[in-house]
Design a protein. Structure first.
Length: 134
């Protein structure tokens, strides 16, 4: 795909109280590969972990994967309460859109673009949704 340089991302795992060792503590992957595979997987895992706590607040959560032939790949998370709905659309390259609708007023109360690269960004989007669902 063109003559651009390929960026690399160093991924590693470290548990508190353990030292890194030279063998296997880190590995290199292309940034675009890491984003495309792991961001949407992270989204799936995040929704699974958040589904029950959000249900306890009266918010139904579902995730849907976009068509497999689209690049970049995408998925969206729908949040629904009795009075409001939100959709967080996340593309594998980290781009994201968040929209919140108010059923009672019949209008959109938020539409914004974000960049999400992992759980922190997903948590921030959830906090925005929760604040607007109050």
């Amino acid at each position: 795909m063109g003559d651009h340089q390929r960026s690399e991302l160093v991924l590693g795992s470290r548990r508190p109280g353990t030292a890194r060792n030279a063998s296997g503590a880190q590995y290199r992957v292309a940034v675009d590969e890491a984003m495309s595979t792991s961001l949407l997987e992270t989204l799936d895992q995040w929704v699974t972990a958040r589904r029950q706590p959000l249900a306890a607040k009266g918010i139904k959560v579902s995730v849907t994967r976009g068509p497999a032939d689209r690049t970049p790949a995408a998925a969206w998370v729908d949040f629904e309460s009795a009075t409001r709905a939100a959709r967080l659309t996340v593309w594998a390259d980290g781009q994201a859109d968040l929209a919140v609708l108010d059923f009672e007023q019949g209008q959109e109360i938020l539409e914004e673009h974000r960049e999400i690269t992992g759980v922190v960004g997903l948590d921030e989007a959830e906090l925005t949704v929760l604040a607007l669902f109050q």
